[in-house]
Design a protein around this ligand. Sequence first.
Ligand code: GLU
Length: 451
Amino acid sequence: MTLSSSTDRLASLRADLERRNPAEPEFHQAAREVLESLAPVFAARPEYAQPGLIERICEPERQIIFRVPWQDDRGDVHVNRGFRVEFNSALGPYKGGLRFHPSVNLGVVKFLGFEQIFKNALTGLGIGGGKGGSDFDPRGRSDAEVMRFCQSFMTELHRHIGEHTDVPAGDIGVGGREIGYLFGQYRRITNRWEAGVLTGKGQAWGGSAIRTQATGYGSVLFAAEMLRGRGEDLQGQTAVVSGSGNVAIYTIEMLGRRGAHPLTCSDSEGYVVDEKGIDLELLKQVKEVERARISEYAQRRGASAQYVRGGRVWDVAADLAFPSATQNELHERDALALVRNGVKAVAEGANMPTTPEAVRTLQDAGVAFGPGKAANAGGVAVSALEMRQNAARDSWTPERVEAELTGIMGDIHRICHETAEHYGVPGDYVTGANIAGFERVADAMLAQGLI
Ligand code: GLU
């Protein structure tokens, strides 16, 4: 296949995908990026271009949508929608988080599940791709309400998951508290102690050390690798971080540990810029203990911190940027501001936080850009290590898990880098990640026949 005929084939595939999956813009965006990366692979390796392979990769193996009824503390009834998209199991059981957020719909879950296929392949840990969640909004809900919601959600989900079938974990709106309630209900319904059915569990009952920290730690490790390729390290670099959830908090922690200066965090209402560097303990107190807004951080921190309501964290000048909130949060104008301020590297802690135009702007300006499927793979990688510990009824020390995580992020960086070089686009981690992930999944699918 020539390069131009593979480009044509992929363009018609894209048109078909958009027609068959209407009103799913996030899924279209995620699929488009991968399809655009694949033209040189199709040209070089005809076995990958054979009819049906890429079509199967773009079609989830199974999509489950279900009703989730629950009662609030006043006795009022609510009906939410639950999703689990089991996208691809060529490399292992479906693996991916659950997101509880009002913006969740089928298209969002499909984009996340699609990304997860390639991300999980890059970890090399034998996990397929899936994702799920609900349009339930946990904000402002009591623990009892969250528990009743989780129990109702699991009452349906339990029949679809299992340690060898599909292993959910957390994502936005789903942390240790929610995983606890979900696990409890699974255990009650099935009467099985099946630790490996969920990851992100509490450490006293089967969870892995460092799982909470892993996504944020991993994205800093990935940024460090990108900088190393340019003869630099993290020491003394300033960083803007968006978000204030689990990913942002542990990105900030690892930046501090590596001698960098994280200056910001944000939530949906605004951002904090702290010229002394974000005070990690205060941020954890506000977000993890009190579940409050970050404006509260600025109020308590004193003179060094400023709260900017409605502002954009990307306007703050820094050497590094870590978009760690949610999809499409970093637009072209933000990328232009980052470039103007001399940013050197951007690592995506969130899934698809950078719009396609912004990615192009950053790459054209020579900024090292680490896409989420590579840079934020540390979270799901430690989930796979949690599954490994559960299968062996073992529990590893934090030092051991962190050492494994560091090795895995180094390997992911290397394979993305080498693949980009091999296909003639050195330094393009987006293409490198997409192709390297694709090749692993495609090889397994070809070997396993037409299923
Ligand atoms: N939600 C995380 C992600 O986007 C983690 C998934 C998992 O641990 O299964 O990769």
